[in-house]
Design a protein around this ligand. Structure first.
Ligand SMILES: Nc1ncnc2c1ncn2[C@@H]1O[C@H](COP(=O)(O)OP(=O)(O)O)[C@@H](O)[C@H]1O
Ligand SMILES: [Mg+2]
Length: 402
């Protein structure tokens, strides 16, 4: 793909103390965000958390209630949408049906009386590898191709900042994955700043250099997809929104320079001190399901492993390469374990008594204040509840009756 004249530098984006209130509803509480020029930045969060509102503020389609927006160091808060060096690609890519692909891309340039609109449109189409279809009408293209035309139409304006609002939402899974890789390649080639909004964590992980996880109008955590966000989630929301986690709450009952010991319903669990945000009092700690091991016999105690159990397998489900086990452990709750599928079939069946363990080094401790009275198995709120988060009492009762 040629970049040529389109390889114009991107610009920094800075949001400072942004708040957005709609009549009767605060969509954004307080947002500080700094996106370096030339980066691929993803804003990731569930539906309704304020992603589109954030983009509309940056694009100048909404006015912030408080705060300021800087693009390339210049304060654009008071600028009208058309004055900002920003282009947006929305989920529904409305192309003009009566115009050819080429004319769709050249349209904005013509209207703004930019020199050589046709040459520039061809160059943008070459970038998205669609120049050979320049003479077609949009309805003669597939969904993915139409989306690439929409992208070419945005890039042709050489925006310092490209805003993408769930632009792949209308595509089927295979096309989505393909377009994710293409978008990433295009961004690297043109060097523009991309602010990509999505509710799909896999999409964000695939494409972004940096991800900001947004929840209820706030950014909960920001960082590189790996290792920061996956390895060391700060909040229960992040721990369950990017993949799943087993979370537990209990008091810190001991600490050394290298680890803390937490009492989880009578189980002593160690977490490396440098992976725990809080070192005293009630804390919430966690471990990823893929880091846990299932055993049919009580594992021999070892200083570098945490053990829980015995518990009982209450569900086994295969999903291609791995098997997911739900294990109910009395007084703790239901834990989720992913095990790689070996040649031998399941390690355990429903009803089996099992123990779980994991390497101390794989645990993490959250910054979140534990919810008082929530019990040792920390249940995330309803929006983010993992499949494993269950009602503890009913399971304990169930086990006792079994
Ligand atoms: N014009 C508006 N008036 C009132 N509430 C709005 C308006 N636009 C968005 N909202 C509310 O703000 C919240 C965030 O919306 P939005 O930014 O579209 O979320 P997302 O894109 O993350 O799904 C939602 O609860 C939505 O209903
Ligand atoms: Mg939205």
């Amino acid at each position: 793909m040629a970049s040529g004249a389109f390889a114009e530098a991107g610009a920094d984006l800075e949001l400072v103390g942004i708040q957005k209130r709609f009549p009767g509803f605060t969509a954004i509480e307080h947002l500080d965000l700094s996106i370096p020029a030339g980066s691929f930045f993803a804003l990731l969060g569930p539906s309704g958390c304020g992603k589109t509102t954030t983009l509309r503020l940056v694009a100048g389609l909404e006015e912030p209630t408080a705060g300021s927006i800087l693009i390339g160091g210049a304060d654009v808060t008071q600028q009208k949408a058309f004055q900002r060096p920003v282009n947006t690609v929305f989920q529904s890519y409305a192309l003009f049906p009566h115009m050819t692909v080429l004319e769709n891309v050249a349209f904005g340039l013509r209207r703004r009386k930019i020199a050589d609109p046709v040459g520039k449109a061809h160059e943008a189409l070459r970038l998205v590898e669609l120049d050979h279809l320049a003479a077609r009408k949009p309805q003669q293209l597939s969904g993915g191709q139409q989306q690439r035309v929409a992208l070419a139409r945005a890039i042709v304006n050489k925006p310092a900042l490209l805003l993408l609002d769930e632009p792949l939402g209308a595509l089927d899974l295979k096309l989505r994955r393909q377009m994710q890789l293409e978008l990433k390649t295009i961004q690297e080639e043109v060097g523009l700043t991309f602010l990509h909004v999505t509710h799909d964590q896999e999409e964000a992980m695939t494409m972004a250099d940096t991800i900001a996880v947004m929840n209820k109008g706030r950014i909960e955590q920001m960082g590189a997809p790996e290792p920061a966000l996956r390895e060391l989630p700060k909040t229960a929301f992040v721990a369950n929104f990017l993949g799943q986690s087993n979370l537990f709450t209990g008091p810190v009952v001991g600490s050394t320079s290298t680890s803390i010991t937490v009492d989880i319903a009578g189980h002593r669990v160690l977490v490396p001190a440098d992976r725990a945000h809080r070192h005293a009092g009630e804390v919430t700690i966690g471990v990823r399901p893929e880091k846990m091991w299932l055993h049919r016999k009580a594992p021999v105690e070892a200083a570098d492993r945490n053990v829980m159990g015995p518990g009982r397998v209450i569900d086994v489900s295969f999903s291609g390469v791995s098997t997911q086990y739900l294990v109910a452990v009395p007084y703790i709750g239901t834990l989720i374990v992913f095990a790689q599928n070996m040649a031998f079939g399941p390690v355990a069946d429903v009803g089996d008594e099992v123990w779980l363990d994991w390497h101390v080094e794989h645990g993490f401790g959250l910054e979140d204040e534990p919810v008082p009275g929530a019990g040792p198995r920390f249940a995330a709120d309803t929006d983010t509840r993992s499949i494993a988060a269950q009602r503890r009492e009913s399971l304990v009762t169930e086990l006792e009756e079994a």
